[in-house]
Design a protein around this ligand. Sequence first.
Ligand SMILES: Nc1ncnc2c1ncn2[C@@H]1O[C@H](COP(=O)(O)OP(=O)(O)O)[C@@H](O)[C@H]1O
Ligand code: SF4
Ligand SMILES: [Mg+2]
Length: 333
Amino acid sequence: MILEVTNLRKHYRQRAGIFPALRSRERFIPAVDGVSFCLEEHETVGLVGESGCGKTTIGRAILRLTPATSGRIVFDGHDITAMSARELRPLRSQMQMIFQDLDAALNPKMRVRAILAEAITTHHRLSDGEVARRIGELLEQVNLKASKLSNFPRELAGGEKRRVGIARALAVGAHFIVADEPTSALDVSIQAQVVNLLRDLQRQLGLSYLFISHDLEVVQLISRRVAVMYLGKIVEMGLADRIARAARHPYTHLLWSALVEGQSKEASHAPLNTRTGAWEPFDFERPVSGCRFAPRCPVYEARGRPAVCTDAATEPQLHDIGGRHYVAGHFPV
Ligand SMILES: Nc1ncnc2c1ncn2[C@@H]1O[C@H](COP(=O)(O)OP(=O)(O)O)[C@@H](O)[C@H]1O
Ligand code: SF4
Ligand SMILES: [Mg+2]
């Protein structure tokens, strides 16, 4: 087991205004609200859900880029939940994130060569010759032309920038990688190249991935297991082909149907209101007791709004339905 996450919570504090007098109106955003999962060595687990459901927050919390509110994170046998920066340092090189926003993550004032050299020497002291040799190896691994080394990030095409992001994660020596929406904002053909590259690298280097995307189709392509997230919680988790062929949670069905109807891609950045048919932003402020999906759930409607779905005392929890398949819901489809 490379990663074990138990009951992870991350609640952001959001201030109502910039004036101190208004700070008492602070509210908490339960971006991640009790998430448990594990990841085996050489495995890819896909984390899918609409924008705002908490995927990036999970990625950042398990890499300790942001402190968790509560819960436990065990990486490679080490409980890293409360490790100090100094204790964490030797593990930092083993786990890396490929950030969704590479324009922000790659220093715009550094050329590709310097970006990679910096990553290579973060945790290891190497001679110039060794650094150059390692850069050559990385270029080959991510299939990037040597001529790109003298470019600045802004001079690269989207797919090339992705490759630099991947190379930088590898440069550090990581064997566990959180890939946050690595195919977003790319043409479909380039998306496939990036997915294939990640898969090849996994085979060659024995990597483990947490693959984050709002696009269930892409997640399905690369993952062995898939976790479906809705408003801070995992609502269904199972082997990828079970999620594709035998999904049990109404939300997973909704994610697939949006795809079938060709609405997905851009539209799925916002959630679909099944009653109005419109894509709407999430509303953490409108509290829902019981199952968070109830306001959008077609099964809840079809069954005449059963009270058990909105009873705070019976909020559905993930339970094992056999075959490594877990569902949270009172009426699995
Ligand atoms: N630094 C932050 N401060 C306050 N709220 C945040 C912060 N980062 C994310 N959020 C909120 O937490 C929720 C989950 O965000 P995020 O993890 O980025 O979702 P996803 O990656 O699935 O789109 C969203 O409502 C988002 O607005
Ligand atoms: S518990 Fe009720 S509201 Fe929630 S997904 Fe199941 S049927 Fe829908
Ligand atoms: Mg995100």
